[in-house]
Design a protein around this ligand. Structure first.
Ligand SMILES: *Cc1c(COP(=O)(O)O)cnc(C)c1O
Length: 375
């Protein structure tokens, strides 16, 4: 990107840097010629499960596929309801529709914590509720401790959308191991990425078997054709190789993300009109996938983002628009106001963050933001 005002090169929202060892690993897979259903997928599943302290991990083709199978694994089916937060990537809700269920979109806690609000969850539990999905926004733990108790007492499943949250924890227990099932994503801009990819964690061994069955369109060892419909959700071997290689550096990269996030928080404390969600202490156990800030003034979001981009070459994003306001969901579920999620949708700005970012880069981002707020 050209430098619009002569203050340095453009800064992207995310930047992925692969190492020689990653390229070597993928090349070795390509040369051996077994590109699907080989040993690397299993090796990756075992390595990922071990890190989490989970027993069953099943790699799949995307985070969306992982959510779909996580819901099916917990028994979500036609006529059921799945309670999901409004502040999320829309796949969290869409995957309920794939099961024939209805997503019930509820509000989040507020501008200081974008997690699903347990009080709102309780208010929306009905006889049809089969599962609650908690999204660990940005790698910061949703209130799964509390939600696990609520779900157990209502005999419904807790599913974790852990797309942002590899290498994150709450009270020393890995995110992704609090619920009956969890979904991770390895999409290109995620903390651990391989282009496309996902993984399901399931607590119950029978449910894990079912997820393994469902990710393949057929099973040559069985002449079934009478079982339930399946999907083609396999992860391929080159991607499993890339993930295995990158998994070795994940902890170091997440540590760097935490340092950069703490530095951002110190720098942003001097900028009036801006707050930063979550607490300093929560950074230490988060995977720090993104750097969200919240503006005091909901009228400034678009102009601030445009100014940062055009005058300073800094790319930002909005994570997330409130999904209850999407036309498809308004049509399906009717008009409902969710004030916290809608306020976040109008005031949140996601700043650039990636492990090899420098503190000078961060200073530029914070100076650009301050300048945009004065404009
Ligand atoms: C990225 C993401 C997904 C979906 O993952 P894909 O791999 O892109 O299908 C689901 N939920 C959240 C919160 C995400 O950020």
């Amino acid at each position: 990107m050209p430098d619009p005002v002569g203050i340095g090169p453009a800064l992207p929202l995310f930047d992925l840097r692969l190492e020689q060892e990653d390229l070597d690993r993928v090349e070795a897979v390509l040369r051996c010629g077994a590109l699907a259903m080989g040993p690397r997928t299993e090796e990756f599943e075992d390595a990922f499960a071990r890190r989490l302290g989970a027993r069953h991990a099943v790699a799949v083709s995307s985070g969306t596929a992982a959510l779909h199978l996580a819901y099916l694994a917990t028994g979500v089916g036609p006529g059921d309801e799945v309670i999901v937060p409004a502040t999320t990537f829309v796949a969290t809700a869409n995957a309920a529709l794939y099961c024939g269920a209805t997503p019930v979109i509820v509000d989040v806690i507020g501008p200081h914590d974008f997690g699903i609000d347990p009080t709102e969850v309780v208010r929306h539990i009905t006889r049809r509720t089969r599962a609650v999905c908690a999204v660990h926004y940005g790698g910061y733990a949703a209130d799964v401790d509390h939600l696990a108790g609520i779900c157990a007492s209502h005999e419904i499943a807790l599913v974790e959308d852990a797309a942002h949250a590899p290498s994150a924890s709450l009270t020393e227990r890995a995110l992704g191991t609090w619920g009956d099932a969890a979904a991770f994503s390895f999409f290109s801009n995620k903390v651990l990425s391989a282009g496309e990819g996902g993984l399901v964690i399931v607590a119950d061994p029978d449910a894990a078997e079912r997820v393994r069955r469902l990710r393949r369109p057929d099973d040559p060892s069985q002449e079934d054709g009478c079982g339930e419909p399946r999907f083609d959700y396999l992860l391929d071997e080159p991607r499993a190789g890339l993930l295995l290689s990158r998994l070795g550096r994940l902890d170091a990269e997440v540590s760097r993300r935490r340092e950069l996030t703490s530095a951002y928080r110190r720098k942003l404390a001097t900028v009036p009109g801006v707050s930063v969600p979550y607490l300093d202490t929560q950074v230490l156990t988060s995977s720090c996938y993104v750097m969200p800030i919240v503006l005091d003034d909901p009228a400034r979001q678009a102009a601030v983002r445009a100014h940062m981009r055009s005058r300073h070459g800094i790319q930002t994003s909005l994570l997330y628009p409130a999904i209850n306001e999407f036309t498809a969901y308004r049509t399906l579920l009717g008009e409902r106001r969710l004030p916290q999620a809608e306020r976040i949708a109008r005031t949140e700005i996601t700043l650039p963050l990636y492990p090899h970012m420098s503190e000078d880069d961060q200073d530029r981002v914070v100076a650009a933001l301050a300048d945009a707020l004065l404009a």
